[in-house]
Structure formats: C-alpha cells, structure tokens
Design a binder for this molecule. Structure first.
Ligand code: SF4
Length: 59
C-alpha cells in the first residue's frame, strides 16, 4: 500500500473494513491489518483490484 498514490476514494475501506480505514484528516488510506488471515486476504485482494489509484498491492 502506498499512501502517496492514494486519492481517498474509500473503496478499500468499503470493501475490506477490517483491513483498511481512511484517515479522518486527509481521507487517505490507513492500514489496520498488515497480515490479514486467509479469509480476509481475499477481501484485501478485491480492494486492491477496486482501488482507482492502484495504491494497494497484495502479495
Ligand atoms: S481505494 Fe485506493 S485510492 Fe481509495 S482510499 Fe483506498 S487506497 Fe486510497
């Protein structure tokens, strides 16, 4: 995840709220869980696909 590319669209926080949130000050992404479980990993991958700024990379 690269906050420099984040445009604050919020798709990540909507798609995977256990993993991502948005900074109340600037709207950019905050990482809540850097090592999500296998189940959450699928949501993280979906969030990466939906991010309009391609700011999220899921290994
Ligand atoms: S979906 Fe992408 S651009 Fe939008 S808040 Fe999340 S990381 Fe930032």
């Amino acid at each position: 995840m690269d906050r420099e590319y984040c445009v604050g669209a919020g798709m990540c926080a909507l798609t995977a709220p256990d993993i991502f949130d948005q900074d109340p000050d600037d709207g950019r992404v905050l990482l809540l869980d850097a090592r999500p479980s296998a189940h959450r990993h699928a949501a993280a991958r979906q969030a990466a696909q939906l991010c309009p700024a391609e700011a999220i990379a899921v290994p």
